[in-house]
Design a protein around this ligand. Structure first.
Ligand code: TXA
Ligand code: MG
Length: 326
């Protein structure tokens, strides 16, 4: 059931549902989350069942503030403290050592835990209202079925899970791609998933270099190659190659959609075209919505013009790379 998110009665109703161990989907500034109280293993099990997600894939715990985060952590290292001070509330998740016996199911049995304090006003109000009802934090993956594109609008969540789920409608998410994840549990900060914050911003706040994930990094579902995939086959290509590919496609009956900065020469009359905005933040904001819309129109191929290889595009390039892995 869709609830208009802005009024406090709605937030309170949703907080009561969370406190009672029910699932609630809610907007964050990145993407919509599918939440359950983090301290209730049976409630958390409903998330894994609804998503079809393997139970050993850890969830992020959403908290009202840094104080609430501490109850889930065995230890918050100084670098995590600095990142939290700089970016919370906001689109950054830190991984730290998990407090023993807390949120084991939400952590997928891992010894570490992902913590995030979102900045979206509805998410904040919900987390605060839930905390007043004794909920220390809300475990929430993106509100999509396993392996599918994250939802950035309430309608996307309903399309994934149907009408029975309680969904707070907060309109389109500002950021549009998931939070940056920095693993602070291994002595040096490791970027597990890029988002809209650039490496330079994260390193400036951390006061030390950010390392890339390697084989020792935990296997996270958001870091699997085939994640975030639309149904259509997606390819990313530089604009020159896009023109060549269009010529080669000729009048093939395949339904094609192109997402590029300018209308490519040689695009057939039946192909769909969507103009890619010039700024990375604008593309991040609309990317998942654009891919879903192409899927809904039944296109078979999605060709995307490769964005520049500059720091601000890292999050978008990462999601496009995963969406094109097959
Ligand atoms: O922006 C976001 O982060 C959104 C919104 C709802 O907050 N959430 C989100 O959750 O993207 P999810 O579950 O779709 O992706 C979280 C990623 C997964 O790849 C998960 O494996 C990883 O975070 N993760 C969570 N806890 C972890 C841990 N303890 N160690 C390593 N990776 C972890
Ligand atoms: Mg996800």
């Amino acid at each position: 059931m869709l609830l208009e998110g802005s009024d406090s009665a709605v937030v309170d109703r949703a907080a009561a549902a969370l406190a009672a161990g029910e699932l609630v989907a809610f907007p964050t500034e990145t993407v919509y989350g599918l939440g359950a109280r983090a301290d209730d293993d049976a409630a958390v099990a409903k998330i894994f069942a609804a998503k079809g997600r393997p139970a050993d894939h850890p969830l992020i715990i959403h908290v009202a503030d840094a104080d609430s985060a501490r109850s889930f952590a065995a230890h918050v290292p100084p670098v995590a403290v600095r990142l939290i001070a700089s970016f919370w509330p906001g689109p950054l998740t830190v991984i730290v050592a998990r407090a023993a016996a807390v949120a084991a199911a939400a952590a997928g049995g891992h010894a570490t835990i992902g913590l995030r304090c979102p900045s979206h006003p509805i998410a904040r109000a919900l987390l605060q209202a839930a905390r007043r009802r004794g909920v220390p934090g809300v475990a929430a993956p993106s509100a999509n079925r396993f392996g599918r594109i994250s939802p950035t609008r309430a309608e996307h969540v309903v399309a994934e899970f149907g009408d029975a789920l309680m969904v707070i409608d907060g309109g389109p998410c500002d950021v549009g791609i998931e939070s940056c994840i920095v693993d602070c549990s291994r002595g040096r900060p490791v970027l597990l998933r890029p988002g809209v914050l650039t490496r330079a911003q994260i390193e400036a706040a951390a006061g030390e270099p950010l390392h890339d994930s390697d084989d020792a990094s935990p296997r996270a579902s958001g870091t699997l190659e085939t994640h975030y995939a639309p149904r259509a086959a997606l390819r990313v290509m530089p604009s020159g190659m896009l023109h060549t590919a269009l010529q080669m496609l000729g009048d093939s009956p395949l339904k094609l959609a192109v997402y590029s900065q300018s209308l490519p020469k040689g695009i057939g009359p039946l192909a769909r075209h969507r103009t890619m905005p010039a700024r990375a933040s604008e593309v991040a904001h609309e990317l998942f919505s654009v891919l879903r819309a192409f899927d809904d129109e039944g296109v078979q191929l999605i060709w995307v013009e490769e964005p520049p290889a500059t720091p601000e595009w890292e999050g978008v390039r990462d999601r496009l790379r995963r969406a094109s892995a097959s």
